[in-house]
Ligand binder design. Structure first.
Ligand code: NAD
Length: 317
């Protein structure tokens, strides 16, 4: 495994991180015993960053991850979230965050978190996030229940604004840097770098689009993006390559993101994804992929409050 500094936290995280949302059956039904084996194998193979949320499977992912981490808690950098509890239920108030961490600690069977993140901030009010949610997270940091605080979301402009106005250690962005989209580097990476904030890139497979199984039914991307994704998958397969490994490798080549979080719930996917560490992408394949993706490159979907959306979304609505 390779490790990179997580911003200025002083912590090194594995370049491949374990995204635990699939443990909550978010993508499809999974076998809890196999999920436990996947967690154990990932730790054995050097993966130390684990990311989850109370929202994933309505607490199921946290519950299962907590069970899987029993006896191994000290081997991982454990990140969870607060503020999002359902598809359309958000609460970034101080009281809810203080209650949320106690619930997460119980489910995760631990007495502290390495990282607590305000989840999907574009669904909240900018002022409330900056003036209430982050200061509450900072208070938890001072109390020792949390080592670091962060924010997560889809809207890069919103993430950037918060980073400029509040004191945070990390930012997690998803579906904004992978073979289908790279606008992370235009809208967020330069500020994160300048502010020395740890940047975590999630969803290298565009939440399932760049897999043989394809996108789950709830996937918000426009059809044209999903179709381009399946053409990329077919192209890789024709060349005898695993499309998910190619997509993950593309993300691992990013020069600044500390870790790429890929969703896993099986030992097979853990082993497959580790192969990305030793796989180089042929520039000719990359050029062919670019050609397929070009017409839909950097396509966004609406997420959160309109006033928090990135301009490209706001103008296409
Ligand atoms: P992803 O792009 O990692 O895709 C996950 C899907 O791909 C799952 O169905 C998984 O089973 C499958 N998969 C994984 N490895 C595979 C392989 N080698 N071959 C074939 N299929 C494979 O999307 P994701 O899970 O949404 O993102 C990763 C993690 O990032 C999440 O689990 C979560 O922890 C985090 N995340 C956070 C936010 C947020 O905070 N707002 C949003 C998205 C993701």
């Amino acid at each position: 495994m390779r490790f990179r500094a997580l911003g200025s936290t002083g912590v090194s995280v594995s370049v491949i991180g374990f995204g635990a949302s699939p443990l909550g059956d978010v993508f499809h039904q999974t076998d809890p015993e196999e999920g436990k084996r996947a967690v154990s194998l990932a730790i054995q193979q050097g993966i130390n960053l684990f990311d989850v949320s109370p929202y994933y499977g309505k607490t199921l992912a946290e519950e299962r991850l907590g069970i899987a981490l029993q006896g191994r808690r000290d081997k991982v950098f454990l990140a969870t979230k607060c503020g999002r509890y359902d598809a359309d239920f958000f609460d970034f108030s101080a009281a809810r965050i203080e209650k949320s961490i106690e619930e997460s600690l119980r489910r995760l069977r631990t007495d502290h978190l390495d990282l607590l993140q305000a989840h999907d901030v574009e669904f909240g009010d900018l002022r409330q996030i900056v003036e209430v949610a982050i200061p509450t997270l900072q208070k938890l940091k001072q109390s020792g229940k949390v080592r670091f605080v962060g924010i997560t979301g889809y809207s890069l402009g919103m993430l950037r604004k918060i980073a400029e106005q509040a004191n945070i250690d990390t930012i997690l962005s998803y579906c904004r840097y992978n073979p289908l989209i790279t606008d992370l580097d235009v809208l967020l990476t330069p500020s994160a770098r300048e502010l020395k904030i740890g940047l975590i890139n999630a969803s290298p497979l565009h939440m399932g689009v760049l897999t043989e199984r394809g996108a789950p039914p709830w996937h918000p991307a426009p059809l044209a993006v999903k179709e381009a994704g399946s053409r990329v998958v077919q192209l890789c397969k024709q060349q005898g390559l695993d499309p998910s490994i190619v997509a993950l490798r593309f993300c691992l080549d990013h020069p600044y993101t500390a870790s790429t979080l890929v969703g896993m719930s099986s030992t097979k996917h853990v082993m497959d994804n580790l192969r990305a560490l030793d796989t180089a992408i042929d520039p000719a394949l990359l050029a062919q992929m670019r050609q397929i993706v070009e017409p839909v490159k950097d396509t966004l979907w609406p997420s959160g409050r309109l006033e928090n959306a990135d301009t490209a979304v706001a103008t296409t609505l």
